[in-house]
Design a protein around this ligand. Structure first.
Ligand code: SAM
Length: 275
């Protein structure tokens, strides 16, 4: 099986090898046949399309594996960018590996990498965090798990949730430098850079941007220390009113920090203060 990257916006962003492979394959497995047939039409690829998406994947996997075991060549694409990167394909690749069907990747565009390289933020170490949860409480918990990661963070986000997500990032990760990369590779490509609270305020007043976005956030730096101090002062305040357990629960919820870590710090502080 060939895992083939396709454009994330500009239809010309496809490799010569990808086009050649797509033309020669017996079938192209794709998420949405309408989306892929449009792209294939632009590039003169007439290979039959088979739909493979989250809702029919369990049923289609054995069918596709059977066809490949019988000697056919299948190319896997997603609607845009690199399959498996916040897109279907992982279980199919795994099934190929288990069935002894050879798999090859044909790399190409991915919004995560395009956003990272345009962000102007450190690129020596990065963590692709995909989409955050839709609800704020769950989102803050997920962000809390990332606070100590010593790497640039890359997120996919919907334009409708962008302002709320940036506000949660600012609350949990602190005033780190960040970038919102929009409409990558397209005519109105735009990268807005600044500290998280400023970006959150901008999108709160400007409303949801048009098109698709990637959010890139700098690794923890000086503000991580400031934030640790904030946790301490929030804990001191909570400990003056509540038990250690309740104070830790309140501050963990407020900061998105892992409960266990906040509880351990609350215990230390309460001992230091002779509570
Ligand atoms: N597999 C794709 C890839 O490799 O980039 C990503 C698929 S994921 C379902 C779609 C998300 O990718 C969008 O919600 C957006 O966050 C991001 N994205 C895709 N195309 C983009 C573009 N042209 N500009 C900015 N973000 C984009």
């Amino acid at each position: 099986m060939y895992v083939v990257a396709t454009p994330i916006g500009n239809a010309a962003d496809i490799t010569l090898r990808a086009l050649d492979t797509l033309k020669r394959a017996d079938a192209i497995a794709c998420e949405d046949t309408r989306v892929t047939s449009k792209l294939m039409g632009i590039h003169g690829v007439a290979t039959p399309l088979v739909s493979y998406h989250e809702h029919n994947a369990a049923k289609m996997r054995p069918v596709l594996i059977g066809r490949m075991q019988a000697g056919e060549t299948i190319a896997l694409v997603s609607d845009a960018g690199t399959p498996l990167v916040s897109d279907p394909g992982y279980k199919l690749v795994r099934a190929c590996v288990e069935a002894g069907v050879p798999v090859t990747a044909l790399p190409g565009p991915s919004a995560a990498l395009a956003g990272l390289v345009l962000s102007g933020l450190p690129s020596d170490r990065f963590l692709f965090a995909g989409f955050l949860p839709n609800k704020s409480a769950a989102r803050r918990t997920s962000l809390g798990e990332l606070t100590a990661v010593p790497a640039t963070l890359v997120f996919y986000e919907s334009p409708q949730r962008l302002a709320e997500s940036l506000a949660d990032m600012a609350a949990v990760l602190g005033p780190r430098e960040a970038a919102v990369a929009r409409e990558l590779t397209k005519l109105y490509e735009e990268v807005r850079r600044g500290p998280l609270p400023d970006l959150a305020a901008h999108y709160d007043s400007a409303g949801p941007p048009k098109g698709e976005v990637v959010v890139v956030v700098a690794p923890p730096g000086a503000e991580a220390e400031a934030q640790a101090v904030d946790v301490d002062s929030a804990l001191r305040d909570a400990l003056s009113r509540l038990s250690v357990r309740d104070a830790a629960a309140e501050v963990a919820l407020m900061t998105g920090r892992p409960k266990r870590d906040v509880y351990a710090r609350a215990l230390e502080l309460s001992r230091e203060d002779g509570r």
